[in-house]
Design a protein around this ligand. Sequence first.
Ligand code: WTA
Length: 654
Amino acid sequence: MADELIESILNESRSFAPPKDFIDQANIDEEKVNNLKKQAKENHIQYWATLAKDQLEWFQPFKNILDESKAPNYEWFNDGVINASYNSLDVNASKSPNKTAIIFETEDGKSEHITYKELLSKTSQFANGLKKLGVEPMDRVVIYMPMCPEAVIAMQACARIGAIHSVVFGGFSSNALKDRIEDAKSKIVITADGAYRGGNIIPLKQATDEAVSQSSYKVENVVVFQRTGEKIEFNEKRDVWWRDLVSNCDSNCDPEPLNAEHPLFILYTSGSTGKPKGIQHSTAGYILHAKTTFSWVFDIKNDDVFWCTADVGWITGHTYVAYGPLLAGATILIYEGAPTFPDVGRFWDICEKHAVTIFYTAPTAIRALMKHGDEIPQSYDLSSLRLLGTVGEPINPEAWMWYHRIIGQERCPIVDTWWQTETGGAMISPLPGITETKPGSCTTPMPGIDVDIVDELGEPVGEANQGGYLVIKKPWPSMLRTIWGDNQRYIDTYWEKFDGRYYVAGDSAYRDEDGCHWIMGRIDDVLNVSGHRLGTMEVESALVANEMVAEAAVVGRPHEVKGESIFAFVVTKGERPIGEDAKKMQEALREWVAEQVGAIAKPDEIRFSDNLPKTRSGKIMRRLLRVIARDEAITQDISTLEDESIIKQLQGED
Ligand code: WTA
């Protein structure tokens, strides 16, 4: 696209109104949203109560709405009884049993349709299988699966019987899996014999075996779904094939009546320490926000085919694959493999093949595909698409415009949804039939979500275009409840900064004169690499766990496709490696980090120095390291540096 056009968009902050025919058919119109916002403003608590009654099926209705007695451990609807799987599957299987719930596209191009009735019966059967293994309500179940319908079935089956699932992304290493099994104390792990990815097979079972054998917590059973047919080690005493487990199980399984506050799942995410936090969500509050935001933001209709490209290992794959769409009775597409297999047209090929109408992905994927030019998407029929979405990181206006023009053909509104693992569902996002969008802005908060931007003292910045901390001022039903096993960390991380007054998201942001929100980035040591959250400390801990490494500091550096890349400064125990030795060591350390955490955490660059820059009080000067990693000129005062001579080494010039 012409640079001048991009320039003009940036300068004028041009906005895009929804196309007229989209407005005419949208689920949420101006009047409806104003009404919702008015209700929320007049009586925040009653607003949520009305939604919860209207949107969810309760086994026993709630009387309590918001319980603040243990704040900031807020509880919602805590005398109500409900089940998430019942609300997703039974409700929709009875309304439209033969409607397709899941279209599954395999990496080698086969596809399969599963109806709501079938999904309910498969889930119930597997739930009975889990019961046979002795899984009870509150037990934790780790799911380490390929992106296939069985991953969703496993999650829904846990929800059905009240077990708490903890899905671990299949790209994480055995070591990361082990940490999560230990932290959650999970007695069951559900995995597969392998996952297809980019034409290769990822040996999930082998990683599970390593994790389980090294875990200090005893895993009783490993359930293995056969996806590839690869030969695997099979421990007869511990392992059980999925198909054997379900073979004699009834395909009816009564959904467990659970308290609204019953934990639905734990999902680990990165924070500012080396140890990922187990974000714990509740049942009713979470599914309420998942369902309503899904219906509003994605304007879902009965014949839509919704495709969210996120893996179930991330929150987006929880809320907008495994729960939100199924709660709303929608048809989703699940794609097993890599976006570039067998070529970079694969996403568009899938959109054409299955007549996808709503497509939701991460800016990093858009940027990666944009690099290959306009001709590839233009060679597919993308006329079925009517709405596009993005999530996970700020989208740069260039990528937004490409998405708008080439993929959406200027016909599809784009919903840029801001939210987090902790918030459970979309918090700030356009509503596609109403909101004028601006490339790079996630626009305005959802009804009932009270967002503000505050200064260091917690006072609203007030003025437009003034940056500050993004905070949520009132509790909302799908907020995280705690950090699994570490409530103090929950309080310290999200509430301490402003004495419990607001939820602190950890992002900085500003609001423009039209009230649109712009996310500027994280204020903590969390990176956003290819749309994945990663703590710099996690990578640092992995590096220093290597016997050759004495010290390490990791910072982010802006990256054209990934958003941010990982830059590591390392001090080795012996002599500082140079030349060929340095290259070998870099490779060895990159592999080491992949083994410790997963391939997504591999540093893009590693530089060796004799020391790390520290202040006289011994603190690593991270701001300086960020400047160096970006190849920017050093303007800050380095006179407090203990050893100025290392600057050249850090800059890679010595
Ligand atoms: C970032 C993903 C800008 C943000 C759902 C947040 C975004 C973190 C957006 C959460 C967006 C997410 N625009 N930044 N639309 N969406 N982020 O927990 O920094 O994986 O705090 O949840 O991603 O990442 P998480």
